[in-house]
Design a protein around this ligand. Sequence first.
Ligand SMILES: [Zn+2]
Ligand SMILES: [Zn+2]
Length: 305
Amino acid sequence: MIDFLLLGNGAMLPLPDRWLSSLLVRCEGELTLFDCGEGTQIPCRRFGWGFRRLGAIVLSHCHADHVAGLPGLLHSIANAGRTEPLAVYGPEQTASVVAGLRVIAPLLPYEVVVHELVGGDRFALPGGLQAAALTAEHRVTCLVYRVGLARARRFDPDRARALAIPLELWRTLQRGEPVSWPGGSASPDDVLGSDRPGVSFGFATDTRPLATMPPFFDRVDLLICEGTYGDAADLPKAIQNKHMTFAEAATLARDSRARALWLTHFSPALEDPAAFLNEATTIFPETVLGYSGLTGTLKFGNSDL
Ligand SMILES: [Zn+2]
Ligand SMILES: [Zn+2]
């Protein structure tokens, strides 16, 4: 199961009712934050998912509206009592940007470990999530991410009993490892059913839509995607500033065969995103406008978005 809490849905600068684009993800009680614009810690505190279990921060790119909230957030995590290391993932320059921001947050009770990624990299996130990065197209180096949670194969206890496999070895087989005992041996295939689909989501901001994206996001359960401009007439601006319109985000969701789309990263000039929602829903009906406090859950075989 993966829980989502959209903390902020804004681009460029925070507005009184619109925090900058950031997303909190919870899996097995562990938290991962995607992007950390100025003030991210405030909606984080408001919605009460806590700071201590925040084990990783994934940055799309190093524009201020995606990273400037880091120093304050790092202090909030410290105040919550975290002592375990915190991983920060992002594209090239992430290490120098984090080091620069940490000039004003030098003393922390935990280690901050920065991992710079390139498109094609795969990495693990807290709670058993598996992530992959793809090169985006923005004015600086930017990555979009696909994150999945695998589902274990079904364990057949009747078969395990019939094979006289000692009970204490069942868990090892469930993990996919072979076992042996004085009376015999067994492999996972002896007691596990066929593969079962997991759940997955995509996080895409800030970028133009690329031909490489639909295969990368193929059949994600949820695509969280920037829609900086609502009006399709702003396409020239989207092209110039390396962003997307609502229609482009919806087309990406449709072409990716996503199950649902959350739009986020609205331009400050886009005062009423709802006025342009139909630009997206005519292309991809399962579109939701992001707002601070939007939540959803992906469950195996039964999701609630
Ligand atoms: Zn941005
Ligand atoms: Zn940007």
